[in-house]
Design a protein around this ligand. Sequence first.
Ligand code: AMP
Ligand code: FES
Ligand code: ZN
Length: 258
Amino acid sequence: MFTREELVLVAVSGGKDSLALWEVLIEEGYRTTGLYLDLGIFDYSIESKARCERFAAAHGVPLIITAVADEIGAPVPIIKNVTRRPPCSGCGLSKRYLMNRVALEHGFPVVATGHNLDDEAATLFGSVMHWQTDALPRQSPALAATHPKLVRRVKPLYRLSERETAAYAFLRRIDYIVEECPFAAGATSIAHKEILSRMEEASPGAKHNFLFGFLDRARAAFERVETVALQECARCGQVTTGTVCAFCKLADQVKRAT
Ligand code: AMP
Ligand code: FES
Ligand code: ZN
């Protein structure tokens, strides 16, 4: 995924997974900087940001903070009202875009996130439920940079279950935010996690077999021969398949409405 010489940008949400990941990488001697994206989601963002700041100060490591509202013109709750789409859609788009852009601007070759086995199995389940065959080849613990303006993305904790990262964070006394994002309630990803956890109870190892069976034996079948042509957004220069990227379009929509 990365070497000890490379600078790693660790995307931290203030939750158990990403702070546990950051701690392990620091302990193991990797050169890391944290990135916290302030989504502007009421107390949840205030509390989670404070956890990241305290963690960075306690470990003497740098933390970059970028506010979505500064970059797109409004925080996630306003984006949700403007687009009338589930909050996670504008939020997820902004997170992916800003992680890449911040990494490029600061010269980081790789971004690491705290996605665990439960996250990955639930995403795979969602993609399979809707047969999103475009999403399947991108479901991977390590995504290579397929364009000079795309930064590598890695998920070092993808083998560990949520219980395991929670146990680690607890035993290491990591001060993380326990509350979920207030918009998470009712999200389909949570329903998918619940279904998979029921499967796991009935048949231990089910989550692991589902994800690793896919990665080892099925993923390659969904790789497309013809690759999509990537170009640079006419506005911001980030990678897109169209003329203007989805983030810039969303920023326009926000500007028109506010
Ligand atoms: P989630 O999509 O909330 O399950 O988060 C998955 C991973 O994305 C986390 O483990 C973090 O690495 C990263 N992440 C989520 N939210 C943020 C945020 N506000 N700032 C930076 N990274 C984040
Ligand atoms: Fe993005 Fe909740 S964290 S909507
Ligand atoms: Zn753009």
